[in-house]
Design a binder for this molecule. Structure first.
Ligand code: NAD
Length: 441
């Protein structure tokens, strides 16, 4: 079994580390955030991801999963080092590679034997070679030489179903130039290999391009159906029926064809921007992706317009109940969440917000701390609805899909229901006495 270090213990690093330990490997998860590591050492999980706590508990008990802030020891004790640090967007729309470079240089400082260094973070095409050159550069400064291999192994897990995605992936992509590294990577993923998971072995640049191309395609699909939804509103068609019929065609597929407030999260917004920037720089622009980003921004503005129109353009003094804050259900991640963009705009217009979410309140309190006077947080959605003038269902957690509509009708001051995820039927809601606003329905 392999000895593995994972640099970066966030959504990807922690889930990869826990699952790889569950496959039987010996894994050390490292993070520079000591608070996170201390929490993990106490048996607490810093993020919400269904099923994660159980795997961490199980693998820690077995001694196969460890946590540390000491990158040096983790490097020296491992033969495979995954880089799973964040690659956020810089002000000019590129992927920020500072954390990747810092880990690469640390690896070079402490490398003591042959290592396979794996780019798991989503990084611009060409980064694997940069990692290689940063390491060589650092070794040169120290007047040392040490054999190592670079691998690009992009991650496709989705928050909310990350454990299932990591342990049952549609494919494992491995970009490498060295046969030795490839065979070590096969050993790392042996549990999947014997399950006949499709393996795509390729070169570094192709592996890096696959990740961006896949994410951008999903973004295009979402923006496409949102544009069709806007058209449906003009012509009196129903986008849900349109999407359902489209999705029956296997060439199109039903997934990612749900009209709504636009894509958010830590991946699609940042990866589409990075791809657009790379492609522009190289003189091969991806216009469709540029348009998808533009449509996505406009979609959020459209949602704001929908809500204020529902309130007769008088948001001032109104109480708006937000069902959901996370960018999607089953996560506490609020990065680029439509709710986090729309709430401050409604507050600027004078509204008061009652917000609820099963997992994302703590993160939202930090992110929207400037608005603490205008936002009240509730664990119970019915409490949040009391005396509200309007409901905005923006994250389709299961508990918001199964509301007691009669009860909701009685609690609200005004029965306006903005269903930005098209969870409820217009007919049912209107018959129940609501003013119902959907997206493209
Ligand atoms: P994250 O922000 O949750 O976690 C990144 C972690 O890296 C943080 O805990 C941070 O403290 C740590 N870190 C930063 N610099 C470090 C350093 N020098 N040494 C050690 N630790 C350091 O990010 P994430 O969502 O896990 O994403 C990580 C990467 O994976 C990104 O490139 C992202 O695009 C990609 N990715 C994310 C997802 C997802 O759903 N979140 C899915 C696929 C790919």
């Amino acid at each position: 079994m392999a000895k593995i270090a994972i640099a970066g213990t966030g959504y990807v690093g922690l889930i990869s580390g826990a699952c790889l330990a569950d496959f039987g490997h010996s894994v050390i998860c490292v993070d520079k955030n000591t608070e996170k590591i201390n929490l993990l050492k106490k048996g607490k999980t810093p993020i919400f991801e269904p099923g994660l706590e159980d795997i961490i508990e199980r693998t820690e008990k077995s001694g196969r999963l460890k946590f540390t802030s000491n990158l040096k020891t983790a490097i020296q004790e491992s033969e495979v080092i995954f880089i799973a640090v964040g690659t956020p967007t810089t002000e000019d729309g590129n992927a920020d590679l500072q954390a990747v470079e810092s880990v690469a240089r640390e690896i070079a400082k402490h490398i003591n034997s042959y290592k396979v260094i794996v780019d798991k973070s989503t990084v611009p095409i060409g980064t694997a070679r940069k990692v290689q050159s940063w390491i060589k550069d650092e070794l040169k400064k120290q007047n040392r030489s040490q054999d190592f291999a670079i691998v690009s192994n992009p991650e496709f897990l989705r928050e909310g179903s990350a454990i299932q995605d990591f342990t049952h992936p549609d494919r494992v992509v491995i970009g490498a130039e060295s046969k030795q590294a490839l065979s070590i990577m096969k050993e790392v993923y042996r549990a999947l290999y014997i399950n006949e998971t499709p393996y795509i072995e390729t070169d570094l640049e192709t592996a890096e391009t696959i990740k961006y191309a896949a994410n951008a395609f999903l973004a295009v699909k979402i923006s496409y159906i949102n544009e069709i939804a806007n058209l449906c509103e003009k012509v009196g068609a129903n986008v849900q029926t349109v999407a359902k019929a489209m999705g029956r065609d296997p060439r199109i597929g039903a997934k990612f064809l749900h009209a709504g407030p636009g894509f958010g999260g830590s991946c699609l917004p940042k990866d589409t921007m990075a791809l657009v920037n790379i492609a522009k720089k190289l003189g091969a622009p991806v216009k469709m992706v540029e348009t998808a980003i533009d449509t996505n921004e406009k979609q959020k503005e459209k949602m704001l317009e929908k809500i204020t129109r529902a309130l007769d353009y008088k948001a001032k003094g109104k109480t708006i109940c937000f069902l959901g804050l996370a960018f999607k259900p089953n996560t506490d991640d609020i990065r680029k969440s439509p709710a986090i963009k729309i709430i401050p705009e409604l507050i600027q217009e004078g509204a008061q917000i009652n917000a609820c979410d099963p997992q994302a309140i703590a993160n939202t309190k930090i992110e929207l701390k400037d608005y603490e006077k205008q936002i009240k947080y509730f664990d119970d959605e019915y409490e949040a609805m009391k005396n509200a003038d309007c409901i905005v269902l923006i994250t389709e957690w299961n508990r918001y899909r199964t509301l007691d509509i009669k009860k909701v009708n009685k609690i609200l001051r005004k029965t306006i229901f903005c269903d930005l995820r098209n969870v409820y039927s217009r007919e049912v809601m209107e018959n129940a006495g609501f003013t119902y606003i959907g997206v493209g329905t």
